[in-house]
Design a binder for this molecule. Structure first.
Ligand code: GLU
Length: 485
């Protein structure tokens, strides 16, 4: 069997769209599950879209995601160069080969002629398509005009009738009427190839066996197919993947700040979770499993599990997957990631960050949720006494006032040097036992008093140990004062 070679061919736009990253991932997985080569080719010929530093974004994103390429601009390989703009010299001779084969032709139509053709067609309510004016020029005329230095383009000669059928792994056979296909330009007046020509020649020269791309390319695929056939080249396996949508009507877009990989990382998601999630965008694994490492994906991924309908990006699902990855982090790794987020709002020096991390770890879905969760450590927030009304623990303001009144002397009785979780716990549980009440009658108001919040990482005991005796006593007194008003 032919060695599988796939390529990721991004245009350097300055950011990595989630859809592109998914294409890279699928492309990588196909190569790796077949022990093949994953090739990176930078398609930078659209100079208008060129953005400084944009190739670095491509490199760093792929590296961060573990999608290591076997051949590419930075590491070279047998079929380089791997940057499209450096391959420009190559294409004209291929177009000329097609002219000789009678599959392409020189076109000398001026811009003025084409503009007026366009205007005429539009006036008739028709869409523009080149009228094949130069398709039947005699060899002599062509020669003479070339010799005279007239500017020209080279166009692909589409069959005038009949059908062309190409095969897509996902969509099956797709047939189009040849008469619908324009004699597209292969080589422009400046001698450079169009994208549609360059990508076919490059894929062939690089020995690409599988082409994965967004289905916005589906309408161009018959033209590509005819080009391969005109050259007599083997057609690669095509896999056109569906779009990723924000909802039923809208694509994910960069403008909304939700489409790029970096946006997600900045929002506090882990790289591995993002990679895992995007694998599931449009691909349905056979079983129930949802959490996949990259090496598991290499084993399990199957192009036949790809969907033919658009995938909807579901932030809640991504969050849930991210939470699982966070849970699976070692305490050390979690602390490394979480500390900067904790420090955004909890700045006091005396905090035991390791302990806070232990309390946070299983409750964190995304790191960016953390600052808001720990914002009460530095200062007790303003809060209303309605927080003391809690159905589940059967407490209300009256009960809370009574509980805090009993908690205060107990805490005051603990020596400053013995102020730790264990002792606070023991003393409060002695109180609970002596009162013969449910734990929550004491612990729930205590938590509200020390945090000023309805929900906290850890309970009152842990928080009290973290903020110290003086602060705790002060906060309990504040609770009593609020409740006595
Ligand atoms: N450079 C093209 C893009 O970024 C790649 C298309 C393809 O994979 O053929 O859209």
């Amino acid at each position: 069997m032919k060695r599988v070679r796939t390529r990721f061919a991004p245009s350097p736009t300055g950011y990595m769209h989630i859809g592109n990253l998914r294409t890279a991932l699928f492309t990588y997985l196909i190569a790796k599950q077949n022990d093949g080569d994953f090739i990176l080719r930078i398609e930078d010929t659209d100079r208008e879209r060129f953005v400084e530093g944009a190739t670095d974004v491509i490199y760093s994103t792929l590296k961060q995601c573990g999608l290591d390429w076997d051949e590419g601009p930075d590491i070279g390989g047998p079929v380089g160069p791997y940057v499209q703009s450096e391959r420009m010299g190559n294409f004209k001779k291929y177009a000329e080969e097609l002219v000789e084969k009678g599959q392409a032709y020189y076109c000398f139509c001026t811009k003025e002629r084409l503009d007026s053709l366009k205007a005429d067609l539009e006036a008739q309510g028709k869409t523009y398509s080149y009228d094949r004016h130069c398709r039947c020029l005699s060899c002599e005329e062509v020669r003479a005009r070339l010799d005279a230095g007239e500017p020209y383009v080279i166009r692909q000669k589409m069959p005038l009738d009949g059908e062309v059928t190409f095969h897509d792994e996902l969509y099956g056979d797709i047939t189009v009427e040849c008469s619908e296909l324009e004699d597209q330009i292969l080589i422009k007046t400046d001698g450079f190839p169009t994208y549609n020509f360059a990508n076919v020649v490059d894929d062939h020269l690089m020995g690409i066996t599988h082409v994965v791309r967004g289905n916005e390319y589906l309408s161009s695929a018959p033209k590509y197919d005819l080009l391969y056939k005109a050259f007599g080249w083997e057609v690669p396996t095509y896999i056109h993947v569906e779009h990723i949508m924000k909802d039923k009507q809208h694509k994910l877009s960069k403008r909304d700040g939700d489409a790029s990989f970096q946006d997600l990382i900045d929002k506090g998601y882990l790289t591995e979770a993002v990679v895992n999630y995007i694998a599931l965008l449009g691909w349905a694994p056979k079983g129930e499993q949802e959490i996949y490492s990259l090496s598991e994906l290499i084993k399990e991924f199957d192009i036949h599990g790809l969907s033919k309908s658009p995938a909807i990006f579901d932030p809640l699902k991504l969050k849930a997957i991210n939470a699982k990855y966070i849970k699976a982090l070692t305490p050390e790794k979690f602390e490394e990631y979480a500390t900067p987020y904790i420090r955004q709002s909890a700045k006091r020096e005396d905090l035991d960050i390791t302990r806070i991390c232990e309390l946070l770890k299983d409750r964190t879905e995304v790191f960016t949720d953390i600052p808001e969760k720990v914002d009460f450590f530095d200062a007790l927030p303003e809060y209303g006494t309605e927080l003391y009304v809690q159905k589940k623990s059967k407490t209300n303001e009256e009960i809370a006032l009574d509980s805090l009144g009993r908690i205060l002397p107990v805490l005051e009785g603990i020596d400053e040097n013995d102020w730790n979780e264990q002792n606070i716990h023991d003393k409060l549980f002695e109180l609970i036992a002596s009162l013969e009440v449910k734990n929550a009658i004491i612990l729930s108001p205590f938590r509200v008093a020390v945090s000023g919040k309805p929900m906290t990482p850890g309970g009152g005991i842990e928080i009290a140990a973290l903020i110290g005796k003086t602060d705790t006593i002060e906060r309990v007194k504040k609770g009593i004062e609020l409740l006595s008003r």
